[in-house]
Design a protein around this ligand. Structure first.
Ligand SMILES: NC(=O)c1ccc[n+]([C@@H]2O[C@H](COP(=O)([O-])OP(=O)(O)OC[C@H]3O[C@@H](n4cnc5c(N)ncnc54)[C@H](OP(=O)(O)O)[C@@H]3O)[C@@H](O)[C@H]2O)c1
Length: 277
């Protein structure tokens, strides 16, 4: 989205301002959102949340008469607290509201059943780098969501990183398996690379630093060279017959990393399907 989004007239209720909700709120604040455009329902506001609300003029909801329907109601409570979260959200929901849920494993039908007044519902799956504004969120909008609402959802979710849309809700399980759980695969790669370094003779602490910095640097290179495919970046550091090629021969063998990751992603996808019923 190239032109800056026009926030005027946008009204939002944020339900739950823990790790993810607060990161989103900070992102909206950084984009210029202020004042009573945002109301936050949060039973135990952290000092960081109180400070942000004080500085930006956001209102902390206290179930008072000032509660009124909002254009967007963002649900960011733990999935097991959907029932209570929906009760907190209800005063802000009318037929014209869009509910954006980031609750892992909760389907559009689960949300719609608890907030029947809402027609437009968006289900989104962020990941942990959202905490530093570098998340990847996969999102699906139900049929009742208008194009304008979808744009608003995109902007709201973009506050913590990139957003990609899928055309069927079932694909959210695959998104969960790739980008939702993906950061853990990369952290495990760091652990495995460090352990392999120890096997190769390095002291453990040095191997850990080398592995970590390598993944950090490679990730940053990917980030900074958005137009270059990962495959191209890999080929650039692989001279024929060299050391990297020797390692890649092992990783790219017929029972190598591709097959292992395919099995890991399939297992995560299958589990995501079980958890969302
Ligand atoms: N963190 C991630 O990387 C990640 C990734 C993908 C999806 N998600 C989804 O994001 C959601 C939030 O995760 P999180 O890590 O931010 O959880 P969290 O830190 O526990 O934040 C949830 C917040 O909601 C508050 N809350 C509880 N009941 C409420 C109610 N009835 N009304 C309003 N607020 C209420 C909680 O307060 P108390 O602490 O007082 O209960 C807490 O501050 C989850 O559904 C999760 O599946 C998170």
């Amino acid at each position: 989205m190239s032109a800056p989004f026009d926030w005027s007239g946008v009204s939002i209720a944020l339900i739950g301002a823990g790790n993810m909700g607060l990161a989103m709120l900070e992102g909206w604040a950084a984009q210029g959102l202020a004042g009573d455009q945002v109301v936050v329902a949060e039973p135990n506001p952290s000092q960081r949340l109180r400070d942000l609300c004080a500085v930006r003029g956001f209102r902390l909801a206290e179930g008072d008469s000032a509660d009124e329907p909002r254009q967007a109601v963002v649900l960011a409570v733990k999935p097991q607290l959907l029932e209570a979260g929906a009760a907190s959200a209800a005063p802000f929901v009318s037929a014209g509201s869009m509910v954006v849920s980031i609750l892992a494993g909760k389907r559009i039908a689960d949300i719609a059943a608890r907030l029947p007044a809402a027609k437009a519902v968006v289900r989104a799956m962020p990941n942990t780098p959202a905490a530093i504004g570098r998340g990847m969120t996969g999102a699906f909008a139900n049929e009742a969501t208008s194009e304008a609402q979808r744009v608003l959802a995109h902007v709201l979710l973009s506050a913590v990183g990139q957003v990609e849309w899928v055309e069927s809700e079932a694909l959210i399980d695959a998104v969960t398996a790739v980008s939702g759980s993906g950061p853990a695969y990369v952290f495990y790669l760091v652990e495995c690379l460090a352990a392999a370094g120890v096997e190769a003779g390095l002291p453990a602490d040095l191997a850990a630093r080398l592995a970590r910095a390598t993944v950090e640097g490679a990730g940053e290179l990917l980030h900074q060279q958005q137009d270059t495919a990962a495959e191209t970046l890999r080929q650039r550091v692989t001279s024929p017959g060299g050391t990297t090629a020797a390692a890649l021969d092992v990783l790219m063998a017929s029972d190598g990393l591709a097959q292992l990751l395919a099995r890991a992603v399939a297992a995560a996808k299958s589990r995501a399907g079980e958890l969302s019923g």
